[in-house]
Ligand binder design. Structure first.
Ligand SMILES: [Zn+2]
Length: 392
């Protein structure tokens, strides 16, 4: 199914623009009209991270007239393995500003609009209303459902992508002409089930593979060329080097775009997706210590047994001195419980405190009532206690 172009053509191109975009202009199906539509287009990129990097650079180079960037984060050294819009000299700088500099270097004719804030239910409608198309490059479920619901409520199309380790997915969602994200994924996964890239890792170049699909689809939607990825899910496996397509149908029972929607306004997405499960939240309440407290207990020779519930490859990168590695799954499968010392206070930690809170819930229900976990995990430990050690 082809769709009409999202954007009307601009009145004209300047002589400089004709020179710059000549390789587009000589493609018969693209031509002057396609390029003028891009010039008139307003695209908002949610996030200037892994997927936002190639998408912003290629949309800019292609000649999209207005590029909005919503991003509140700063550039960290661990971003540079994949977020190619930022460089070494940008570390510590605002990602939005660093992205703007790279975009303008790629194409000075782009009007870059920065929104240096977190995307929230109370700013999303006003923001999205200013753009023709949204590109979602976020890495968390709460923002994904927020982007989707806002787009459905505003009648906007958006291009979605997601990446994890060696696998990526991409699609176009537009409730007025096809399915939305909730038609595909009605419910977020249970908290803690699907690790983020920060927890599970991602092959850097995967961002280019999925980001280029997103850019391609954005250009097609804006200019009305080709068959959009609407109603289709593209699944990419970098190790097998395969692209698979799955049909996505509009769900008549969809909570937001179905016949009898139950979501008719924006909701609390953090609560909907749950940062950690309710059990873990309950277990962690009153049983969370700071890295500093752990250090004090160690220095005082307290009778504690510190367990790192991350994976072996993470433990290899950095660990807390004296911590014993027992990955989270060993607890979830029940295998680890019998080996726990009964006469020592158990102190759990992971990377940031999400996985250790889940394990804490398991320990509490097994009777280890005085067990605690370290809020902020090994990252907090390095920041507060051993800043010379690497973080990841
Ligand atoms: Zn839907």
């Amino acid at each position: 199914m082809s769709l009409p172009p999202l954007v009307e053509p601009a009145a004209d191109l300047t002589v400089d623009e004709v020179r710059r975009y000549s390789r587009h202009l000589i493609i018969p199906d693209f031509g002057m009209s396609g390029q003028k539509r891009l010039k008139n287009a307003k695209v908002l990129c949610v996030g200037a991270g892994g997927l936002g990097s190639p998408t912003l650079l290629y949309l800019a180079a292609a000649g999209v007239g207005t590029l909005g960037i919503i991003e509140f984060d700063t550039v960290d050294e661990s971003n540079l393995q994949r977020q190619i819009i930022h460089g070494q000299s940008d570390v510590g700088k605002s990602k939005a500003q660093s992205a703007r500099e790279s975009v303008l270097e790629a194409n000075p004719y782009v009007d870059v609009v920065l929104h240096e804030e977190r995307l929230e239910a109370d700013n999303v409608m006003e923001l999205f209303a200013q753009y023709d198309l949204i590109v979602d490059g976020t890495d968390n479920f709460a923002t994904r459902y927020l982007v989707n619901d806002a787009c459905v409520l505003l009648g906007k199309p958006y291009v979605w992508g997601s990446i994890y380790r060696f696998d990526g997915q991409a699609s176009v969602f537009w409730a007025e002409h096809g399915p939305c994200y909730r038609c595909l994924y009605p419910e977020p996964p249970p908290p803690g089930m699907v690790p983020s890239c920060a927890e599970g890792g991602v092959l850097g170049v995967l961002c280019a593979s999925i980001g280029s699909i997103q850019t391609n689809e954005a250009i097609k939607m804006l200019t009305g060329m080709g068959e959009p990825l609407l109603g289709r899910l593209m699944i990419y496996d970098a190790l097998e080097m395969t692209y698979r397509q799955v049909k996505v149908r509009k769900d008549p029972e969809c909570a937001v775009c179905g016949k009898n929607p139950t979501v008719t306004e924006l909701i609390d997405y953090e609560a909907f997706c749950g940062v950690v499960s309710e059990e873990a939240q309950e277990a962690a309440a009153g049983s969370t210590i700071t890295p500093r407290t752990l250090k004090e207990w160690m220095d005082a020779g307290e009778n504690i047994h510190v367990i790192d519930v991350r994976e072996p490859n993470e433990y290899e990168i950095v660990s807390i001195p004296g911590a014993v590695l027992v990955p989270k799954n060993e607890f979830l499968m029940g295998r680890a419980l019998e080996n726990l010392p009964q006469d020592k206070k158990i102190v759990l930690h992971c990377k940031t405190g999400v996985r250790s809170a889940e394990v804490l819930a398991v320990l509490k229900s097994a009777g280890f009532n005085d067990a605690v976990h370290v809020g902020g995990g090994v990252i907090g430990w390095v920041n507060q206690i051993e800043p010379e050690k690497p973080v990841y």
